[in-house]
Design a protein around this ligand. Structure first.
Ligand code: UN1
Length: 512
């Protein structure tokens, strides 16, 4: 049994039934060794308990890694196209379950239903793409320098991989990690974010239903403070993939380095969108609203800085603020709602702290800044869409990742000064430019120092078959998505076959 149910509190006259989720280890749903659990609550209505999950400890992590290690012995020998077929089937099953899983995700994470459908779709896209990679996984064959000798390089799986995933894309991001890992022949232990474990459970359940053998993917739920270190430090873990904050990334990277584990870090962003005088203003305003307030600003790729050229600055600000004020905030299950709550109380507090910081730094707050707590809002973590204008690029609100619906608008003189402002920051994930001038577009494509640049589109909306990741404090040089993921989850073995029937010494027995 994957779940049991408990009768929960009564909300609006209806008794709720709360599902209890166990860890998934070696193909079995098991309780944690600690006997402790935690609640996954709906951030739009905290009376609603979405599920009860295991608060695991080190013995659970060890059991999951043991299971993954045992499973690796067989899984690595399953032909990659066969492994990929299972992933393809999981993609088809996710398509059938898309609506149910999207609703679960809106309930646990808060983002609006259109966006959670997009999140599940991103996992489906990843499944189809990675299924194709199972029939590629190309490596070079190349001539040998010696006669009657054959040379090639093949990709080999790493072994047990550990994944630590965030709450903002609770199915898409686990899929970016798990699917390439298993197509390449690795086995996995995943620790989903404690705010949103259900979506990862839904993904893993589907993979299991599609035929992923026991032990190949294991889930251990709980808190990073307790199970993060045992997962990262375990000698059997050969790779760690983290999407999270830059501070956590520093700890994970340092820990991984001590035992030479492969380590992929996808960290913070403070993504600039430049709007030049010649831009299509309607388009730029639509893009800036979607990039700034989509997912309640809780994307690593969120458009958190809008750098606007002086000729159109006042008009842009006026129209942007008008539209931001009009955004409908509420429970994301209502199809008409445009922005959901913060994911939890701590995130709301961070957002409100930055509202204070921005004001004390002297930026002008043109709208928002208040918690919404009347009527139905009182049960959730809602903040008004907030816009600061005349922001100085050195202010903390223009430099630090907020991860909430707080946008800073910064005036600039020219493309060159805008690029300088855009780059003068510790992060480098996404970036965008609005212009009709092709020369300026190509200059920005070359000079914006970021892992992603959009022209005439906001900073969000990466597609799964292109590399995803950033420069500077955004990561450590790896990319998710595309074949970069295949690179991360494999290592090269060079193979030489000498069919000359005699000893041939490379570099010494030269054919002159
Ligand atoms: C993230 O913000 O952590 O490009 C991931 C995007 C999404 C993925 C975002 N496809 O905005």
């Amino acid at each position: 049994m994957a779940t049991d149910t408990l009768t929960g509190p009564t909300i609006m006259g209806t008794a709720t039934r709360t599902r209890v989720f166990k860890n998934f280890i070696d193909g079995e749903w098991v309780e944690s060794s600690t006997g402790e659990t935690f609640e996954d609550r709906n951030p739009a209505d905290t009376r609603d308990v979405v599920g009860i999950f295991q608060k695991s400890g080190k013995p659970d992590v060890d059991a999951a890694i043991d299971a993954a290690k045992r499973a690796f012995a067989k899984w690595r020998l399953v032909p990659a196209p066969k492994r990929a077929e299972i992933v393809y089937r999981a993609g088809e099953m996710l398509m059938e379950r898309k609506e149910e899983y999207s609703r679960d995700m809106t309930r646990e994470m808060g983002k609006i239903i259109k966006e959670t459908r997009g999140d599940v779709q991103e996992a489906i896209d990843t499944a189809y793409y990675m299924a194709g990679e199972g029939r590629r996984m190309f490596g070079p064959t190349t001539p040998s320098e010696l006669p009657n000798k054959f040379a090639m390089a093949v990709r080999q799986p790493l072994g047990v991989c550990a994944m630590i995933t965030p709450w903002n894309f609770p199915m898409a991001i686990p899929s970016w990690k798990l699917l390439p890992a298993i197509v390449c022949g690795n086995t996995c232990v995943i620790k989903p974010a404690q705010d949103t474990p259900l979506s990862t459970f839904n993904l893993v359940r589907t993979l299991s239903d599609a035929g992923v053998p026991k032990g190949v993917i294991n889930i251990v739920s709980g808190f990073g403070s307790r199970i993060g270190a045992p997962l990262m430090e375990h000698p059997e873990v050969r790779a760690i993939s983290l999407t999270g904050s830059t501070d956590v990334g520093r700890i994970v990277g340092t820990t991984a380095a001590k035992s030479f584990k492969h380590c992929s870090l996808e960290l913070g962003g403070k993504n600039p969108m430049i709007v030049l005088d010649d831009a299509n203003l309607d388009l730029a305003i639509d893009g800036g609203l979607w990039g700034g307030f989509g997912t309640t600003g809780q994307r690593c790729t969120a458009t958190s800085r809008i750098i606007v050229q002086k000729g159109i600055y006042s008009e842009f600000v006026e129209r942007y603020v008008e539209r931001a004020k009009a955004l409908k905030v509420g429970n994301g299950l209502d199809e008409t709602v445009e922005m959901g709550p913060a994911v939890n109380e701590a995130q709301l507090k961070t957002d409100l702290d930055y509202v204070q910081i921005g004001q004390s730094e002297g930026a002008k707050m043109k709208c928002g800044g208040h918690r919404l707590d009347k009527g139905d809002y009182q049960y959730g973590w809602f903040l008004e869409p907030t816009v600061f204008i005349d922001v100085d690029p050195k202010m903390r609100i223009a430099q630090e990742e907020i991860f909430g619906p707080v946008v800073s608008i910064i005036p600039c003189d020219s493309l060159e000064s805008a690029i300088e402002i855009a780059n003068n920051i510790e992060y480098g994930l996404s970036s965008a430019l609005y212009t009709k001038d092709v020369n300026k577009a190509f200059t920005a494509m070359r000079d914006l120092h970021a892992g992603i640049t959009y022209i005439n589109a906001p900073t969000i909306g990466a597609e799964v078959h292109l590399p995803f990741g950033g420069v500077k404090a955004t990561g450590n040089g790896h990319r998710e998505g595309g074949f970069g993921a295949i690179d991360f989850y494999t290592e090269w073995k060079s193979i030489y076959v000498d069919y000359s029937d005699k000893l041939q010494k490379a570099q010494i027995d030269r054919v002159d």
